[in-house]
Write a protein that binds this ligand. Structure first.
Ligand code: PLP
Length: 467
């Protein structure tokens, strides 16, 4: 038996270079200006990082609003030492906040034990997370899980499931129905379900066979679901569209119509799942409703990339067989360990109850705030509208004013703000935002009116939501 070891000097050299890069100082360039709050490392300022960003990253997101270097719970710090209350949670991802100790230690110890295997193999964490998801979803015998790495990949798997359902019907069912304003991801298949023209048109031709109908319109739904329909795909609450819930009874009617027509009901819970709305899944707000398939991602790994498709019952699960789908990374031991840790903390710390309570508190406070005209959402997925003409761009200006005031929020529309914080957000933290909001809105109004009280735009430009 032979052993090998890295010479101390070589190892040291590599570690020095790596730790410098991780701390923000490239080994080859002179150390620059500011110090990261809390780490003691010598690093570049936010502006210096942004300059390097613009020289190295593809410009698909616009200029980042800040350069973030550290987080703890619902707080994050930027490269210039400023602190923020993170009310966006990496867009509904960081359900346990930042640097959660249990999630961190589970990910580290799983990586130190078994990091990646191929799908020629399985691992205990993969099986355990699949079983856990099926139990939480109340899925019947024969239900199954496919693991991916992101929301769009979970939707790709769901779309392939829908095509299998359509192609194995006699006669073939060529159509998938989706909703206007729906957002389902950016890969080409998922993009065929996403509705927004600005996301779709530059990439035409997209795969066909998708019909979009007005969201929430029961007559349109009744007319659209026919014997030609392979599946109906929808978000229980449309997140990207501005946290738009479906009208009461819509989901139930969608279930009835799809069942009667022999079509699948596929719910995209990438944003609404994993406790975000105060239930494990948003569909569980409807008593006894069972979909045919559900997509998950965002919150599932608490920030570690993972997506999932759950198929309900054996008839649906059997639609995808060996060789018909796959993913190199999907379901790897570290991602699934992160999923198990995340679900464990949500349950043991009653984060569903917390999301429900703090979400209600936030919505009540928002509804009392002058200048807020509508408040929507469930749990800690919240959208609120501002009293403004859409052309004013008040919401993007409010995002910048909020940053200046130490809060991270997002504007999915020109007069709509979205909150999707950690499910462990406290009432006190929520109150801090509610207290600051009138001043934030004043600053945003001043900015859009072009007066001197404008928030310093920093380096950010008011961008549409970047899901
Ligand atoms: C409902 C929904 N589906 C799919 C996606 C795509 O997820 P991802 O960005 O992880 O690919 C998103 C992202 O925001 C989403 O909100």
């Amino acid at each position: 038996m032979t052993t090998s070891s890295t010479p101390a000097t070589g190892g040291d050299r590599r570690e020095t270079g790596l730790s410098a890069e991780l701390a923000g100082t490239p080994a080859t360039s002179p150390a620059t200006t500011a110090t990261i709050g809390g780490t003691g490392g010598t690093v570049s300022t936010g502006a210096a990082w942004l300059e390097r960003y613009s020289g190295s990253l593809l410009d698909v997101f616009g200029t980042p609003q800040r350069v973030l270097v550290r987080g703890s719970g619902s707080r994050v710090w930027d490269a210039d030492g400023a602190e923020y209350l993170d009310l966006l949670g990496g867009i509904a991802v960081n359900v346990l906040g930042h640097a959660h100790p249990l999630l961190t230690s589970v990910v580290a110890s799983q990586q130190a034990t078994l990091g990646h295997i191929s799908n020629f193999f399985t691992s205990p964490t993969q099986v355990a997370l699949a079983e856990r998801l099926l139990a939480l979803a109340g899925a019947p015998a024969g239900s199954r899980v496919f693991f991916a790495n992101s929301g769009t990949e979970a939707v790709e798997a769901a779309l392939k499931l829908a095509r299998r359902a359509g192609n194995s019907a006699d006669p073939v069912r060529p159509t998938v129905v989706a909703l206007e304003q729906g957002f389902h991801g950016r890969t080409i298949g998922a993009l065929s379900l996403t509705h927004k023209a600005a996301y779709r048109e530059p990439f035409a031709p997209l795969p066909g066979g998708v019909t979009h109908i007005p969201a929430g319109d029961l007559d349109a739904l009744r007319a659209a679901i026919t014997e030609e329909t392979a599946a109906l795909v929808l978000e229980p609450i449309q997140g990207e569209a501005g946290v738009l819930p479906l009208p009461p009874g819509y989901l139930r009617e969608a279930r009835r119509l799809t069942r009667e027509a022999g079509a699948l009901l596929i719910l995209d819970e990438v944003q609404t799942g994993v406790g975000r709305t105060g239930r494990w899944f948003a569909f569980q707000h409807e008593p006894d409703l069972m979909p045919d398939a559900v997509t998950l991602a965002k919150g599932l790994g608490g920030g570690f990339p993972i997506g999932a498709l759950i198929t309900f019952g054996s008839a649906v699960s059997d639609l995808l067989g060996p060789g018909q789908h796959g993913s190199t990374f999907g379901g790897n031991p570290v991602a699934t360990a992160a999923g198990l840790a995340t679900l464990h903390v949500i349950e043991s710390d009653d984060l569903l109850g917390n999301a429900d309570r703090v979400g209600r508190h936030l919505r009540e406070g928002l509804a009392r705030t002058p200048g807020v005209t509508a408040v929507r959402g469930e749990g800690l997925l919240i959208g609120f509208d501002l009293d403004a003409d859409p052309a004013d761009g008040l919401a993007p200006a409010a995002v910048l004013a909020a940053l200046d005031a130490g809060f991270i929020v997002n504007a999915p529309g020109p007069r709509t703000i979205r909150l999707a914080p950690a499910l462990l957000l406290t009432t006190e933290e929520a109150d801090g935002f509610l207290a600051a909001l009138p001043g934030i809105l004043d600053a945003a109004r001043a900015a859009t009116a072009g007066t001197s009280a404008a928030p310093s735009a920093g380096t950010a430009r008011p961008e549409p939501a970047q899901e």
